[in-house]
Write a new protein. Structure first.
Ligand code: TRH
Length: 393
């Protein structure tokens, strides 16, 4: 499905903080190369951050190849390279002036896209595809908006994802199969299967700092059912360690209190993290990419949005919930909204957790229906190709 297979596409990524910028961009770059045979050149300004989600990355190299993608260090000034036929500024990063000047010197110029952050808000559809003329040069930059409707660019979703996930989930099944934790990563520092009671609730927790954490941990510890939680080292760890009265842990540490067993994970590579999400009964996720991937698990999730000025993230949260809960019955909608709001407003979750726990079977059925809806949409990479083809004729 490539436009002109021999012509590269340039994808630029600035890591602002954390892992979402490179996480989103890498998934797209890899899919364009793998599923559409596009020679992608991915320019990244922080290879050390990239290495956290893909350990094969060598931060010392100016050029390297992974999964069919050419990865270039984004230096200033940028290494000399002729622009490809499509240039993507991922997540609203700014292209170097000298590269833009080179783009303008081409006839016809490359298709220039600003791939924006994901939002479920209604205004997104109105902006998707709009041109933004360069103030001086004969170039247009087009907004490409990810989203949840056909009027947007869609979501990045690999073509075989549902089948791969379903096979994994049915093979892993309940822990009695003994395979789920060792499949997550080869170094088997996760739960030994023999330590996981058959009725244990499996949870992954990837969040920012959150004052609601102690109340959630307390609710897990004091509940009647075993809760096994996997937490990658990161932002939430100081609050978790403080609640357990422990110093900062290293990967592999296990803490127990009451019904709660919490295992500290290293940062996994992105594909292993996907499998961790598939393995759990409920996933706490954040930002953008883990949030989307959790929706693709067909299991319930709780999202902590990345905090923005003027509480813009709460508008994003509500907009998503409007869509997510559209076909959910009223009491479950109210519970989902209340729980997600409380998590994002960092309020006490002690009384809410038992209610959410009781609703998990119904929420699991809903999560599967939501994933089925998403799987029926055209994915972002395919939409991107269709869009570019229009301008490359
Ligand atoms: O890390 P995030 O918070 O990223 C961001 C950035 O803060 C960014 O500036 C902001 O704009 C954006 O969120 C909305 O959360 P996110 O988006 O979920 O990205 C995390 C990435 O890390 C994702 O690709 C999954 C990956 N990951 C792993 O590969 N291994 C792991 O063990 C974990 C926990 C995550």
């Amino acid at each position: 499905m490539s436009v002109v297979p021999s012509m590269p596409w340039d994808v630029f990524c600035t890591v602002i903080d954390n892992y979402g910028d490179i996480g989103v961009t890498w998934r797209l770059a890899r899919q364009l190369a793998r599923e559409h045979d596009i020679p992608v050149r991915l320019w990244v300004d922080d290879l050390a951050a990239f290495r956290h989600i893909r350990p094969e990355i060598d931060p010392a190299l100016d050029t390297q190849h992974l999964a069919g993608v050419e990865i270039r260090r984004w230096t200033s000034p940028l290494a000399a390279a002729e622009p490809g036929e499509v240039v993507i500024e991922a997540l609203a990063c700014d292209l170097p002036d000298e590269f833009v000047a080179r783009m303008a010197a081409h006839s016809p110029p490359p298709v220039w896209l600003n791939l924006e952050y994901l939002s479920a808000e209604d205004w997104v559809a109105g902006v998707h595809g709009l041109p933004s003329p360069h103030p001086r040069l004969p170039l247009n930059k087009y907004f490409f908006m990810p989203g949840y409707t056909d009027q947007t660019g869609g979501l990045t979703r690999e073509s075989g994802l549902s089948a791969e996930r379903d096979a994994f989930q049915s093979a892993a099944g309940r822990p009695s199969s003994g395979s789920w934790c060792t499949d997550v990563a080869e170094d088997a520092i996760f739960f030994p299967p023999e330590e996981l009671p058959a009725d244990a609730l499996r949870v992954s927790l990837f969040s920012y700092q959150n004052r609601a954490l102690p109340s959630l941990l307390q609710a897990w510890a004091s509940g009647g059912q075993a809760v096994h939680v996997m937490v990658p080292l990161g932002k939430a760890m100081p609050e978790i360690a403080a609640w357990f009265g422990e110093p900062m842990p290293s990967p592999g540490s296990v803490w127990r209190r009451g019904a709660l067993t919490l295992r500290v994970l290293p940062m996994l590579d992105q594909d292993a993290y996907d499998r961790l999400l598939w393995s759990c009964d409920i996933n706490f996720v954040r930002g953008e990419d883990s949030f989307v991937r959790a929706q693709f698990t067909a299991r319930p999730l709780v999202w902590q949005a990345y905090v923005q000025n003027d509480d813009a993230h709460l508008a994003k949260l509500d907009a998503f919930l409007d869509r997510y809960c559209a076909n959910l019955e009223a009491p479950l909608t109210a519970l989902t909204r209340t729980f997600w709001r409380a998590w994002n407003e960092q309020a006490d979750l002690g009384a809410l957790w038992p209610r959410l726990r009781a609703a998990l079977p119904a929420l699991t059925a809903h999560a599967r229906a939501w994933d089925t809806e998403l799987a029926a949409q055209t994915d972002l990479a395919t939409n991107l190709l269709t869009f570019c083809r229009k301008w490359l004729k």
